[in-house]
Design a binder for this molecule. Structure first.
Ligand SMILES: [Zn+2]
Ligand SMILES: [Zn+2]
Length: 241
């Protein structure tokens, strides 16, 4: 499994870099995990977006879906014979319905009580704690390698079990450690501690803030992650699992 970061900012793009989007290549399939602002532009540096096999969306906040509409236009313009599957949850029917565009894309529902198979990959979903319904993903390839993506979430205990022993954890790390209390995302302390408690092999902090130095975010996360190596996301970062 090869993960390429296409965008990593939380909330809004900044200085030419987009919001959440990750290209996942495994067993000959090319999947896009979340499709935020600027992600389609970044994706086109690596491949033809019309060669994607599927898109999987964690939730319908704009910083995870802003480029879905233009991806649908590109797919429509290419006059492809096959529809692009876009996987999303059905806890928001208005947004779910927009995943389907005639002659371009087809919405497919996932849920958190049974895995979804996409090619040779098994996707398991966990509802997170966030102002709108959002789902973390645990993705297992046929060799047993595991990628866990927290999506957007505040800290809750279920994350540790869900991320257990993952080869790579991509964690929503939108805040430095001094931001505490009620919030919609993890801070560096929570992301680092989650990685340590779940005994993951590597942590990538992502969904990062525009207003805090990324090296500071990294050193804070590493302090709490213990022996787990931590990287901060950047556009073009590739992690091979
Ligand atoms: Zn977000
Ligand atoms: Zn969100």
């Amino acid at each position: 499994m090869l993960v390429t970061v296409l965008g990593f900012y939380g909330g809004y793009p900044h200085d030419g870099i987009g919001t959440s989007g990750y290209l996942l290549q495994a067993d000959g399939k090319k999947l896009l995990i979340d499709c935020g602002s600027g992600v389609l532009n970044a994706l086109s540096k690596y491949m033809k977006p019309t060669d994607l096999d599927a898109v999987v969306l964690s939730h319908y906040h704009h910083d995870h879906t802003a480029d879905v509409g233009v991806l649908q236009y590109e797919w429509l313009a290419a006059k492809k014979e096959n529809l692009l599957p876009i996987y999303g949850h059905t806890q928001d029917f208005v947004n779910y319905a927009q995943l389907t565009v005639e002659n371009a894309t087809k919405g497919i529902a996932y849920n958190d009580y049974e895995p979804t198979e996409i090619g040779d990959l098994k996707f398991e979903f966990l509802r997170t704690v966030h102002p709108v319904p959002a789902y973390a993903m645990r993705i297992t390839d046929k060799e047993g390698k595991v990628l866990v993506y927290t999506a957007d979430t505040t800290y809750f205990d279920g994350l540790v079990d869900f991320a257990k022993d993952a080869d790579l954890l991509i964690a929503d790390t939108n805040f430095p450690e001094n931001v505490t209390g009620r919030k919609a995302h993890l801070n560096t302390k929570e992301a680092g501690t989650l990685a340590k408690d779940a005994k993951v092999k590597r942590l990538m902090i992502s969904h990062l803030p525009q207003t805090v130095d990324l090296e500071t975010m990294l050193s804070q996360s590493q302090k709490y992650a213990g022996d787990v190596p931590v990287v901060h996301a950047f556009e073009g970062l590739e992690v091979d699992l």
